[in-house]
Design a protein around this ligand. Structure first.
Ligand SMILES: Cc1cc2nc3c(=O)[nH]c(=O)nc-3n(C[C@H](O)[C@H](O)[C@H](O)COP(=O)(O)OP(=O)(O)OC[C@H]3O[C@@H](n4cnc5c(N)ncnc54)[C@H](O)[C@@H]3O)c2cc1C
Length: 374
């Protein structure tokens, strides 16, 4: 099928800024272009009917890392890099909350608990806690971020985990769907054109930047930003982003559910929270790392069984519960440092947000756009 003259001249020509991907990063890049260029033609190409990567699939933790996750980050990052990452996460969350408003995204400052099964793990995390609190204070000027909570059982009513957890007072939860809907609405209100059902199959970075869609059509633009995160390698095999699938389930409403807030477990690999009276539980890709290193959506019996067993044995045992829904999403992971760089004078990329995209997505989008406007 060929586009008509009208289609071409109305939607697909004279594009100043073209963004591939309408996740948090793509939309925030578009908003940043708009701030500087009120009259520019800014277009986002999205392959899905909705954003179809991680931004509409995630767990909605407004978080910046548990103790064991941060300790793990030190294996691949220097102290300066950790401080920079903490600032990025903290400022990114503030930016998003200011941009969209807490009411629109149903932000709740619940705090987050890191749970432990073994006493030795808790002890090891506790040993690092004070040092991390100092680092966080240096990074974001917040004191005593992590504290011990000796009554983790209040959420469960039994001792499946150590009764002491580590509480992070600065984290919260939000409604992922409402967050993305609010971002899309904001973009539309700023006259940003979002074209869905447009999968980019190739990108030409030299000469006039041009993309080709899977239907063979070509679209040129003055500047192009790639914001496809976990799918970046499909377009640009040389980019060092590893796709990582995360599977999630959510229960039917549970009468008298005690669990409230955000909970991390095992370096953040497994996470759960309440969504009203439901429990959302996801992650655990560490039990099948090779299988879950994929950019293909899907549910597998091993991970689903693992999550369900944890739900029924550890989180809400002795409770009648039905699983209401299951889904998966694709992260882009690496050494925790996002990739924001130019691929040529007029083409850039902003990807690899790991499991912190809710926190850092708005700033990564902003920085990707700024890079192309320098
Ligand atoms: C299950 C799950 C739970 C998570 N939980 C949390 C959490 O609680 N807190 C947190 O901070 N982070 C969490 N994350 C991570 C967070 O969601 C991501 O880091 C963030 O959404 C990444 O945003 P993005 O815009 O870079 O990528 P994406 O949201 O993946 O957007 C990329 C977009 O590009 C599109 N695209 C890809 N290829 C093409 C192509 N060739 N042509 C056109 N379009 C294309 C995709 O359809 C997609 O919409 C979670 C992720 C998952 C999967």
């Amino acid at each position: 099928m060929n586009f008509s003259y009208w289609e071409k001249s109305t939607w697909l020509q004279a594009i100043d800024y073209l963004i591939i991907g309408s996740g948090i990063v793509g939309i925030n890049a578009a908003l940043t272009f708009r701030e500087k260029h009120p009259n520019a033609n800014i277009t986002i190409l999205e392959r899905g009917m909705l954003p179809s990567g991680a931004s509409t699939k995630n767990a909605g933790f407004a978080c910046f890392g548990s103790v064991t996750e941060l300790v793990n980050d030190y294996k691949e990052n220097t102290e300066e890099q950790i401080i920079e990452l903490l600032q990025l996460r903290w400022k990114g969350l503030q930016k998003m909350r200011t941009l969209l408003g807490d009411k629109a995204i149903e932000y709740k400052p619940t705090g987050a608990h890191e749970l432990f099964k073994e006493e030795a793990e808790l002890q090891m995390a506790h040993d690092q806690m004070q040092k991390l609190n100092w680092t966080i204070e240096e990074a974001i000027n917040q004191k005593d971020t992590f504290t011990l909570d000796h009554d983790a059982q209040k959420f469960f009513g039994y001792a499946s985990f150590q009764t002491t957890s580590i509480f992070n007072q600065h984290e919260g939860q939000l409604n992922t769907g409402k967050m993305m809907k609010a971002f899309l609405k904001l973009a539309q209100s700023k006259n940003i054109q979002i074209l869905n059902g447009c999968e980019v199959s190739e990108i030409r970075t030299t000469g006039k930047p041009t993309i080709q869609l899977t239907n063979g059509q070509q679209i040129a633009a003055n500047k192009i930003l790639v914001a496809t995160n976990g799918f970046a390698k499909r377009l640009l095999p040389e980019i060092k982003v590893t796709p990582a699938r995360n599977q999630v389930l959510i229960t039917d409403p549970i009468k008298g559910l005690k669990l409230k807030g955000c909970f991390h477990f095992n370096q953040g690999y497994t996470y759960f929270r309440n969504v009203g009276n439901r429990v959302l539980l996801g992650g655990s890709r560490n039990i099948a790392l090779e299988q879950e290193t994929t950019d293909t959506f899907g549910l597998t019996p091993d991970i689903q069984q693992h999550l369900e067993t944890m739900l029924k044995e550890n989180i809400i045992p002795n409770t009648e519960v039905q699983i209401a829904h299951r889904w998966s999403g694709i992260l882009g992971v690496g050494n925790k440092q996002p990739i924001i760089k130019r691929l040529s004078d007029d083409v850039g990329i902003a990807v690899r947000l790991g499991g912190m995209g809710v926190a850092i997505g708005s700033l990564i989008g902003e920085r990707g756009a700024q890079l192309l406007m320098e």
